[in-house]
Design a protein around this ligand. Sequence first.
Ligand code: NAP
Length: 277
Amino acid sequence: MSDNRIPLAGVIGSPIAHSKSPQLHGYWLRMLGLRGHYIPMDIAREDLETALRTLPKLGFVGVNVTIPYKERILEIADLITDRATLIGSANTIIFRKDGKIHADNTDGYGFLENLRQQAPHWNPKAGPAVVLGAGGAARAVVATLLDAGVPEVMLTNRTRVRAETLAEDFGKRVRVVEWIQAGNAIEEAKTLVNATSLGMVGKPELRVLLDGLRPDCVVNDLVYAPLQTKLLLTAQAAGCTAVDGLGMLIHQAVPGFERWFGTRPVVDEATRAAILR
Ligand code: NAP
């Protein structure tokens, strides 16, 4: 393959029409004046491996992977980063020159960079964190919070066994709390993260008790549609710092874009506005 080919990247999922990634990468490519294209690809499960082995031959330098393939990709990849192994899923794929498929997970990176940007005073060591949810996103959040130095993560999920399995993978600093007792745990929290899909457009509202929220708590909702969820509005009313989920979506895309297109993009208000348009 000639080195002069225009680099191609994209996002693989099914369905894929809702993905904001093409808009985001397209915006950065235009703003930075770079050669390259980023394409949404709806690929059936049975075709996933063939597609991933073929794309590099067509000029693709990598892809993002989204629902429902973030776990399946680990069975196909030749090389997997430690953080993707720990989280149990990958969202960023690099097609290496030696033909190997390299899988990484940048959700935790995006989560942390967003918190740091929107809540610069946030101190992970200030006290315990409460994480709502025990799915793929919660795994990335728990791994990242522990890494950042949070003393304890109180983890709560509708399906308790899922929270217990997650806690077992991360050791003693993760304590499982009953879903109906989430409100009590929140009274102690210095960081609160909603990593469930509750509150998202088309999903039920998040109904955990928030009366005990302390004003020094930083509250992050991973849901970004709507941007201002009821959780964030309640947090603001309680005097907390409220962090929306859009920044995570943008920041998690940075490492892939830099690797594929050779320039590190900035995440600023104009980027957010471009995605919201
Ligand atoms: P997932 O693996 O499907 O997990 C969904 C989570 O939501 C589970 O903990 C599930 O609990 C909980 N849940 C769903 N319906 C519920 C209900 N009716 N009552 C109580 N709990 C319920 O999904 P995910 O990939 O972790 O994503 C979770 C959320 O994070 C989604 O809204 C997603 O859009 C968002 N997210 C945002 C970003 C970002 O960049 N901002 C990145 C990743 C994910 P059970 O285990 O009991 O089913």
